[in-house]
Design a protein around this ligand. Structure first.
Ligand SMILES: *Cc1c(COP(=O)(O)O)cnc(C)c1O
Length: 412
């Protein structure tokens, strides 16, 4: 059977919008186009009703109350609002002074968490960046050991976007509640794929994004706990006072309707989808690791999202591997920062060497991925690696039993 190319296996970067989501959104461009802030006519009321319906759909997916959902432009904004907003609200000293409080995060968080933390450091806060285990996990014990008298905020992602590894979120949340410390989690990769209950799991602030869960780009949400304890935030964006003052700006009604619909679909289909994706991921990993030597699947073997595989290939060059598998859309273990090719800081945080990090692939499946696509991709990757290794003198030496880590290279 012929297969359509290219094949999309980069669902951790973004997902195709589900056609059912697009259909739900369309009337809100040209028919129900009012501003939900218009309180004195039916156009406004209809738009407001749609937004409140979507707010309920999002809340239901998280086990939250409708009033606890703030709509934003995506997870980047949600993270900024949660981290900067909480730091500013719970600061122990005024702006411009040092000793404003201590924040705990991790080395392999998304940049949308790390960069706000770095800014806060420049503004008088102290930040601890936890080093994950070799399995990529952040445990409650690690957080506990980093806790101080002046800790005001813990921000640890639910699942990692490069590895799919799942951190000990319920345990970390419980610890934070015992210590009276605000707990934020970037749940962008977790929500919609795995069952979420902010009440049971002691989460105070949770970031999520539409385009990672088959919804539109440019819309997301922040969950802000209202009871036991009530969490307060300083607004980052000021203006018309929408979203109870947390986030001013006219609401993106079609986007919000799409996000709501995407949440409803995830809730309805999650159990089947999780099983299906897990089977696909296992098939992919087995197909590759059973046919190639010197490969490793990165991150904890079990505590991993069903749809993300991160695999390192010894004795191939990352760029060449990407070139040889061009008809498959995947992410590499290198990030293009300016002109240079930097190895992924996430893989580095796990202690994976630069060479292996460069020759790593993140393969992420989704709702529209088929078994035939996964089989094709696995075959293609195996072929490409074999072909590249034929050209590798280091691989020859490795096969002859020479430990290349012990070679004394001639200095010039
Ligand atoms: C994609 C992603 C983000 C950024 O989300 P946007 O909605 O694109 O701003 C943040 N955190 C994680 C873990 C992500 O995967």
């Amino acid at each position: 059977m012929a297969i359509d190319l290219p094949i999309y296996l980069d669902n951790a970067a973004t997902t195709r919008t589900d056609p059912r989501v697009v259909e739900a959104m369309l009337p809100y461009f040209t028919e129900t186009f009012g501003n939900p802030g218009s309180r004195n006519h039916s156009f406004g009321w209809a738009a407001e009703e749609a937004v409140e319906h979507a707010r309920q759909q999002v809340a239901d997916l998280l086990g939250a109350d409708r009033k606890e959902i703030i709509f934003t432009s995506g997870a980047t904004e949600s993270n900024n609002l949660a981290i900067k907003g909480a730091a500013s609200m719970y600061a122990k000293a005024p702006a411009g002074q040092s000793g404003r409080g201590h924040i705990i995060t991790a080395l392999h968080e998304h940049k949308a968490v790390l960069d706000p933390c770095k800014r806060l450091q420049r503004e008088g806060f102290e930040v601890t960046y936890l080093q994950p285990g070799k399995d990529g996990l952040i445990t409650a014990k690690m957080v506990q050991e980093a806790m101080r008298e002046d800790t005001i905020l813990v921000t640890i992602m639910w699942a990692n976007n490069e590895l799919g590894t799942i951190n000990e979120i319920p345990e970390i949340g419980k610890l934070c509640h015992e210590k009276g410390v605000v707990f934020h989690t970037d749940a962008t990769q977790w929500v919609g794929k795995m069952p979420t209950d902010v009440e049971r799991d002691h989460v105070d602030l949770l970031s999520m994004s539409g385009h990672k869960i088959y919804g539109p780009k440019g819309v997301g949400a922040l969950y802000v706990r209202r009871r036991r304890p009530r969490v307060r935030l300083t607004a980052i964006q000021e203006g018309g006072g929408q979203e109870r003052g947390f986030r001013s700006g006219t609401l993106n009604v079609p986007g919000i309707v799409g996000l709501g619909k995407a949440c409803e679909l995830c809730a309805a289909e999650m159990d089947d989808e999780r099983e299906r994706l897990l089977a696909l991921r296992r098939k992919l990993e087995k197909s590759i690791t059973s046919r190639l030597d010197t490969v490793q699947v990165n991150g904890h073997a079990e505590k991993r999202l069903p749809h993300i595989a991160n695999i390192s290939f010894g004795f191939v060059e990352g760029e060449s591997l990407m070139m040889a598998t061009k008809e498959i859309a995947m992410s590499s273990g290198s990030a293009c920062t300016s002109a240079s090719l930097e190895p992924s800081y996430v893989l580095k945080a796990l202690g994976i060497g630069d060479d292996l990090a460069h020759s790593s692939l993140r393969i992420s499946m989704g709702r529209f991925t088929t078994e035939a696509q996964v089989e094709y991709a696995a075959d293609k990757i195996v072929q490409a690696v074999n072909k590249l290794r034929v050209l590798s003198p280091l691989y020859d030496m490795h096969n002859e039993g020479i430990d290349i880590t012990k070679i004394q290279w001639q200095a010039h």
